[in-house]
Ligand binder design. Structure first.
Ligand code: SF4
Length: 366
């Protein structure tokens, strides 16, 4: 059996950003202790149900660094105690506003070997407009301290299609990633989600229209790929071999276990999650069954997020048959317009195709 991934959700933030709909609460030390205790117990309990090997651990949030390095170490000890952990990729999301409070060397000693830093932009005006608490100085300090402590596997987040974003604003952020020789960049479009402060003012936000959004996305793709990065997933770029092992599990339709409030799992063909309530999780974590998963359509939908697309060989290995001819027929309609590539090895979307991936996936697969 293939090793699985472990996702650990840390639902605390100093302040809610106006565009964010991830589950997070204001930091509260008492709640942190109770939550970490429950997480460790939850890990132990699920390790008895799923006796599987783990090769990636991902601390996401919220702001995982807020719980402190000792608590991250405690949670990792619980994972090592319950599961067999094989040469793991261990990622922690880092908020640049917190660099003065993070002991990066100590963090490295816990076994964490990958950082995902929520830069979003290197331009102070953009960070201010996004309601972020950090500035460009904090980003540089975070990177300096992390590298000094021996972290080299670092990803930076860059947001695209920000209000009034100019080409040069975006290039500033991307060139910062390139100049610092970062092996991984997540470049994703700002989405205005319901239940956020930005949603309430969406009509007056100077957001780029569809055409301008497409230009910014393709600019990011061209800029990074012409500088040696692979555009390996809709929103992700990396130097050769530096893909996020953990996130690849989601897109490859592989199995993972999620621990903590709002964390999702996919195991044994079933998708389930813990509700967005820290109180319920601390009191008695009971997951909610979501749906079955991993069928042919879901596999294809997820794989089309990857530049590699759906490979016939893998499809055959997993489902015992070739990719259905009808998928090929439908995909071929988009080849001339440069949205899709089709050959005997399989089907994949191009960067232009990624921009309209939802519509293409629906048409090709469903
Ligand atoms: S964007 Fe990050 S720091 Fe801001 S509220 Fe969301 S999880 Fe917290």
């Amino acid at each position: 059996m293939e090793p699985i991934g472990a996702y650990i959700h840390i639902p605390f933030c100093v302040k809610k950003c106006p565009y964010c709909d991830f589950y997070s609460l204001p930091l509260n030390e008492e709640l942190v202790s109770a939550y970490v205790f429950s997480l460790c117990k939850n890990i132990k309990d699920l390790s008895r149900v799923y006796e599987r090997e783990i090769d990636s651990i991902y601390f996401g949030g919220g702001t995982p660094n807020l719980i402190g390095v000792d608590n991250i170490g405690r949670i990792l000890d619980a994972v090592h105690c319950g599961f067999k952990v094989l040469n793991p990729e261990i990622t922690v999301e880092i908020n640049p506003s917190a660099h003065t409070n993070i002991d990066f060397r100590k963090l490295k000693n816990t076994g964490v070997n990958r950082l995902s830093i929520g830069m979003q932009s290197i331009n102070d005006n953009e960070l201010f407009n996004l309601g972020r608490r950090h500035n460009s100085h904090d980003i540089k300090q975070t990177l300096y301290k992390a590298k000094n402590a021996g972290f080299y596997n670092i990803s930076l987040d860059v947001m695209l299609a920000l209000p009034n974003q100019k080409d040069e604003d975006l290039i500033n952020s991307l060139s910062f990633c390139v100049e610092n020789n970062l092996p991984h960049v997540s470049a994703y479009l700002l989405k205005i989600e319901k239940n956020t402060d930005f949603y309430k003012i969406k009509n007056i936000l100077p957001l780029p229209d569809e055409e301008r959004t497409a230009d910014l996305y393709l600019l990011a793709s061209d800029y990074l790929t012409s500088r040696g990065y692979e555009h390996y997933e809709i929103s992700n770029f990396c130097r050769k071999g530096m893909e996020s092992r953990h996130n690849l599990k989601y897109w490859n339709c592989d199995e993972y276990l999620g621990f903590g409030s709002s964390a999702h799992s996919f195991m044994n063909g079933k998708r389930f999650y813990y509700p967005r309530s820290i109180e319920k999780f601390i009191e008695n974590p009971v997951y909610v069954m979501d749906s079955t998963g991993g069928d042919t359509k879901e596999f294809c939908m997820l794989r089309l997020r990857l530049a590699e697309g759906i490979k016939n060989e893998e499809y055959k290995q997993r489902f015992g048959e070739n990719i259905p001819d009808i998928y090929y027929d439908r995909a071929r309609k988009y080849v001339d317009s440069g949205l899709v590539s089709v050959d005997e090895s399989g089907i994949n979307l191009t960067p232009r195709g990624f921009l309209v991936s939802n519509a293409l996936v629906v048409d090709i697969i469903y």
